[in-house]
Design a protein around this ligand. Structure first.
Ligand SMILES: [Zn+2]
Length: 122
């Protein structure tokens, strides 16, 4: 399948927008132009479980919701050990996800990880 933007390269990124039945197909180059790098990094993590250099990825199971932090156990991460606990700043977790038992995934540029994760418990 050809990229629908340049019509030259083979499409390798397939996007289905929620609420739409049609998929969009882009080659990697055009996808990079259209999508911001963090969206691409997130897509790669979500679809293939692959990390992207310069980003921290983590999927956590929320254990506790506190006033100043959300405590989650790491299920999968490019940086943190499986089973370790993270304290995440609540402003990065949408309100409907701030509940015990929810699976929460984030992608964050490594340089800004201290803005998302408060501290790491062993
Ligand atoms: Zn293209």
């Amino acid at each position: 399948m050809l990229c629908q933007k340049c019509q030259e390269q083979e499409a390798c990124v397939h996007l289905a927008l929620s609420g739409k039945e049609e998929e969009s197909h882009f080659c990697e180059l055009c996808a990079k132009e259209i999508l911001s790098p963090s969206v691409l990094a997130r897509l790669r993590w979500d679809s293939a479980g692959e990390g992207t250099e310069g980003y921290v990825h983590a999927t956590v199971h929320i254990l506790r919701v506190e006033d100043d932090s959300i405590i989650g156990r790491v299920l999968k991460s490019s940086l943190y050990a499986h089973g370790s606990e993270l304290a995440i700043r609540p402003c990065f977790v949408s309100e409907e996800q701030r509940r015990v038992g929810v699976e929460f995934t984030f992608t964050c540029p490594t340089l800004h990880i201290s803005e998302v994760v408060i501290d790491r418990k062993p």
